[in-house]
Design a protein around this ligand. Sequence first.
Ligand SMILES: NC(=O)c1ccc[n+]([C@@H]2O[C@H](COP(=O)([O-])OP(=O)(O)OC[C@H]3O[C@@H](n4cnc5c(N)ncnc54)[C@H](OP(=O)(O)O)[C@@H]3O)[C@@H](O)[C@H]2O)c1
Length: 327
Amino acid sequence: MFSHSDSLSNIRLQYPNPNLSNKKNWPVTDNFDDFPRCRMVMGLPSSWCNFHSVPIIVQTSPAMVVKKKQMQRNSGSNILITGASSGIGRALAIRFAEPGVSLYLCARNLSALQNTSDACRNEGANVEIAQVDVRQNEAVKAWIDQIAEKTRIDLVIANAGVLGSHGEERCFEDTETAQLQIATNLGGSVNVVTSVVPHMQKQKGGQIALISSLSSLQPIADMPAYAASKAGLNAYGEAISFFLHADGIDVSVICPGFIKSPMAEKYASWRPLEMTADKAAARIKRAIARKRAFYAFPLALYAVILLGRLVPWRLRRLTTKGFNYQR
Ligand SMILES: NC(=O)c1ccc[n+]([C@@H]2O[C@H](COP(=O)([O-])OP(=O)(O)OC[C@H]3O[C@@H](n4cnc5c(N)ncnc54)[C@H](OP(=O)(O)O)[C@@H]3O)[C@@H](O)[C@H]2O)c1
């Protein structure tokens, strides 16, 4: 038994239809998006699959292998990434960089952004950088409008984010620190989405990826505003994905766990299953290519969080004590 997300590069699926007694008439597809979350079962009787509405693997198709490899290569050739001067954003830019791809990167630190740009150009991509603070809606809109004037926008990754916490000696996280995180992580992503959607609607398609966090699902006591900003982003992403489906715009909400980056260095504590930004970028790129509406990783940490939700909150409170912001 294996899941939809495993490497099923050469299969087609037949979906049981209880109204059609002849199995040959059940619809066959190679479009995996038709079965976003279901598991596929090999070697089980078709009656069982019919009863459980489980698609059946019916044949291999070399064409599918090619199609899937193309999908994984790139989601489009004109890609915008915010917060590309460092960490995950930088790793994503380099991952997507290849000949034929145009990258439009923004952040506040121009020299660090230039550094990312050089690395992407080495991979053969065209790169344009811009000094944009995502909290400034006018600046975000101007940046996106001038790109849309000259080209189609295939993919936008709203990645820019900041992290804060409480102060020394139980001094509660101040208003400024909390608002900064909400304005950047949630407000900044909203600025990007609202600026790009009219263009994507006009061009009848596109993709939007929002970089959230696993802490949106299990808030950490040491970073309340951060968790709130990311939980808000999850809700925003889900709502717009429903709305924008009719316009041919796909939305992915991505929830990474602990990723090595300058931001992660702010935690003094244990960072279970931490992975490099490059490895995270590879996974995010794959999820975007597969048009996953929601993607949380690493899977083991995601599973622990989901199980943790079943535990009484007093117990859960104890588990979050191990996660300390560096003060
Ligand atoms: N690292 C983790 O463990 C982890 C886990 C889950 C989710 N995430 C999320 O992943 C994203 C990237 O984080 P990271 O770990 O790569 O952190 P990072 O290395 O600190 O990078 C953050 C990026 O966001 C940019 N940025 C911050 N404020 C901005 C603003 N107002 N306008 C424009 N750009 C801004 C920064 O560039 P400038 O400073 O140059 O503006 C930088 O490029 C964030 O949304 C974060 O919440 C991280």
